[in-house]
Design a protein around this ligand. Structure first.
Ligand SMILES: *Cc1c(COP(=O)(O)O)cnc(C)c1O
Length: 395
């Protein structure tokens, strides 16, 4: 006889709720932010400059332009493409809404591409199917922290004369063919939201190897003005000219300072995430009704998410009922993500969205808690609760 799950009146696995993600801020982080608060610069100063330099050497990309969020970085990237109404940008249907919203900001049309059922990365055959004469770019998304097959996608983009962009918001620290993500695509976009690999509070960045684009991105984040305050002061001028329509997407010194000290800790974060993922792999081998995602060869995974697929042929309830049952156990599982086209806003603008694999795999996915501060005992709790709940709901 197995234990009764909490949702059916049994004792929950945990008393203290385990969240699916959590930032890790230590005393060094706090000291670095405090130093800025006591300084003369609260925005656009040495911490920002340092953060961009440190990121660009970590990623091995020529230029990094930091922004106030990953969404701002996506918007700025789309603005570089000079999109017109009717232009199409391809992306996987399973991604965060911001990947698609940035295309709408620029008046163009997001086109949703099916995902590979084993990795949940963009499906290359469906990319080819969905390219039309209106396609201007593809935004791949490194789901859960696994790099997309950049080589194949780059070839497709090159042959069709379209831009190759990667939403790397999950994959900071991942590698593709021994090199960090962030140096392969025309533009690679990062986020430093607290749930991501490193936290700025809010923050983002675009990595590119083009000096021209880096300069245009810097202008875009500063209202479209052709110089910034610090540069003008250095040269003793006060006059400036706004030559393009831009935004205020600057990252403050306070956020940059946190980003800088977090970036130093990234290797340690990645190592811990990898250990947790390996431990899950090992414990879940024995769990009936659970499949883990496939990791391709020649990549190093950033383990941003740990996603499982439920084998619904063995379970007599839906994924959402399993999710509720796990919450009752004190385990904060989550779903990444509902297909973008299932959101009301996207339904209302009725975009074409034929993605059969996406529709079915979405019913199965569940993200288990993973973050650097998690202990091995926490991992065991998750798997024990999952075992208990699935056993109870076995067909
Ligand atoms: C977090 C995230 C974003 C948006 O980043 P913000 O910094 O929260 O604006 C975009 N795309 C993906 C895949 C993300 O995970």
């Amino acid at each position: 006889m197995t234990a009764l799950p909490a949702i059916a009146g049994g004792r929950p696995q945990r008393n203290r709720f385990l969240h699916y993600a959590r930032h890790s801020v230590d005393e060094d982080d706090i000291r670095n932010v405090e130093k800025v608060l006591r300084s003369a610069w609260l925005t656009t100063g040495p911490e920002l400059e340092g953060f961009e330099e440190n990121l660009s050497s970590f990623l091995g990309s020529d230029f990094v332009v930091a922004m106030s969020s990953g969404t701002a970085a996506l918007h700025a990237t789309m603005a570089m493409l000079n999109l017109n109404p009717g232009d199409e940008v391809l992306m996987p249907a399973i991604t965060f809404v911001a990947t698609a919203n940035c295309v709408l900001y620029c008046g163009a049309t997001p086109v949703f591409v099916d995902v590979n059922p084993d990795s949940l990365l963009i499906d290359m055959e469906d990319v080819k199917n969905k390219i039309t004469e209106n396609t201007k770019a593809v935004i791949a998304m490194d789901y859960a922290g696994q790099p997309t097959n950049y080589q194949i996608l780059q070839n497709i983009c090159c042959k069709n004369n379209i831009r190759f962009i990667v939403d790397c918001c999950h994959s900071l620290g991942a590698k593709y063919k021994d090199k960090p993500v962030g140096q392969y695509a025309d533009f690679s976009i990062f986020s430093f939201h607290p749930a991501k690999s490193i936290a700025c509070g809010e923050g983002g960045a675009v990595a590119t190897n083009s000096l021209e684009y880096a300069e245009a991105l810097r202008m875009f984040r500063n209202h479209g003005i052709d110089s910034d305050f610090v540069t003008r002061r250095k040269h003793g001028v006060t006059k400036y000219d706004m030559t393009e329509l831009g935004y205020n997407y600057r990252l403050s010194e306070i956020h940059s300072a946190l980003g800088n000290s977090q970036l130093k800790r990234l290797p340690e974060f990645l190592e811990r995430r990898q250990k947790i993922a390996t431990y899950y792999d090992c414990l879940l081998e024995k769990t009936v009704g659970v499949q883990v995602l496939v990791c391709n060869e020649d990549v190093v995974h950033a383990n941003h998410l740990y996603v499982i697929k439920l084998d619904l042929s063995l379970i007599n309830v839906s994924r959402d009922e399993i999710l509720s049952a796990l919450h009752a156990e004190g385990i904060g599982v989550n779903v990444h993500y509902a297909p973008v086209y299932t959101h009301s806003y996207y339904k209302n603008i009725s975009l074409d969205s034929e993605c059969k694999v996406t529709d079915s795999v979405y019913q199965q996915i569940l993200s288990l808690p993973i973050y650097p501060g998690m202990t091995d005992a926490d991992v065991k709790d998750v798997v024990a609760a999952l075992d208990k709940v699935i056993t109870y709901f076995r067909r």
